[in-house]
Ligand binder design. Structure first.
Ligand code: PMP
Length: 381
């Protein structure tokens, strides 16, 4: 088998052996007691991770895009108008989903690298009524983190259903559903939660569930959350076969989150983000994201003159680390390094050392050990 490389793309994140071992357990009946235990525990743990005391969790085979679609289809009826706050690629995807299903919507967008401000949201709400507001917590294309708590404060007055795309955030940075007035957190398994891709995950508040129940029907069958609700309450019931192994692995992933401590996990994400950025800065890189909005889950890094995207990423891969290129208009101009999930400090050091080695290999002058020293200064503090 080829030597395993450190996967630092902005999701999927590296999967630790405990989770891989759970994935490899024998497949069991989807309506039997093992599955029931793991699904129920996953749901309970998920509520704790999303800080929702009374929410309804849903864990369904699919990916983040399915959870985006499920969130919209189960809340937006023909009489509703949706406001999509977009700081980039994945906010625009929300608008595309609205378009695909004929959901009445407007987009409030900002330039890539920052997020829509609470003030901009407030001003928009003064000009037009919206029943539903959707935002992307961290846009994985731009690295910008939205001020979700402050959006929640603005929306409290408006009474709208508040949907947050946490695909690149949930379990890595705070998403306090109850305290921040979030009605839907939608997410996926493969990023901050450290499970292989394959799950669409949502938690809905009571208000969001009421909204679904108020809709006579939704233009969906598999995505209709009311078809899944009985299974989430009693996994011995059948609607559509859940992905048994993936859910068992996800249960293990949520145990790991809670064993670490959710607040400690957030702190580790902040620390690793700071260390990686200090290391990259010491190696002469600058950042695409306005640093006031920079997310702790990934870094979007500008190439300096003379450093070519494909050569850099191929060199870095040869040194053991995989990063992603830019999406959309940033393609070729930036690389994206994920630092989320169950990453260790040793892996952070290894990554920056690999960047340093790659630059030296490409003939770029870097002071030996500069990246590593900068990382260590943060990690040791
Ligand atoms: N939202 C965000 C913020 C994402 O980063 C992604 C995936 N990169 C998605 C949605 C879509 O998720 P998936 O690729 O699992 O469908």
């Amino acid at each position: 088998m080829a030597q395993e490389k450190l996967l630092l793309i902005p999701g999927p994140s590296p999967v630790v052996p405990r989770i891989l071992d759970a994935l490899a357990l024998p497949t069991v009946s989807h309506v039997g007691p093992d599955m029931a235990r793991d699904l129920k525990e996953s749901c309970e743990n998920l509520k704790r991770i999303a800080f929702s005391a009374e929410g309804e969790p849903f864990i369904v085979a699919g990916a983040g895009t399915l959870s985006m679609e499920m969130a919209l289809l189960n809340t937006a009826g023909p009489a509703d108008r949706v406001l999509v706050l977009s700081q980039g690629y994945f906010g625009d995807r929300m608008a595309q989903i609205c378009q695909a299903f004929g959901i009445d919507h407007d987009v409030l967008a900002c330039e890539w690298g920052r997020a829509v401000t609470p003030r901009e949201l407030d001003q928009r709400l003064k000009t037009k009524n919206y029943n539903i507001v959707v935002c992307t917590h961290v846009d994985t294309a731009t690295g910008a983190c939205a001020p979700v708590e402050e959006y929640g404060q603005v929306l409290e007055k408006a009474g709208a259903v508040f949907i947050v795309d946490g695909v690149c955030a949930t379990g890595g940075i705070p998403e306090r559903m109850d305290a921040w007035g979030i009605d839907v957190v939608l997410t996926a398994a493969q990023k901050c939660l450290g499970t292989p891709p394959g799950l669409a995950i949502l938690v809905l508040s009571e208000l969001a569930m009421e909204k679904r129940r108020s809709l006579a029907s939704v233009p969906a069958y598999y995505s209709d959350l009311l078809r899944w609700l009985p299974i989430m309450h009693d996994p011995a019931k059948y609607f559509s076969t859940p992905c048994v192994n993936e859910i068992r692995a996800f249960a293990e992933a949520t145990r790991i989150v809670l064993e670490e401590g959710i607040e400690e996990r957030f702190e580790r994400h902040d620390l690793h983000a700071e260390a990686i950025r200090a290391g990259l800065d010491a190696l002469g890189f600058s950042f695409f994201t306005d640093l006031r909005f920079a997310a702790s889950t990934l870094s979007v890094v500008n190439y300096p003159d003379g450093l070519e995207d494909k050569a850099f990423r191929a060199g870095l891969a040869a040194n053991g680390v995989i990063v992603a290129g830019g999406l959309g208009p940033t393609a070729g101009r930036v690389f994206r390094m994920g630092h989320m999930g169950n990453l260790t400090s040793a892996q952070v050091r290894f990554a920056i050392e690999a960047v340093e080695k790659t630059l030296a290999g490409l003939g770029l002058a870097v002071a030996a050990g500069a990246g590593r020293d900068a990382v260590d200064a943060i990690l040791a503090a």
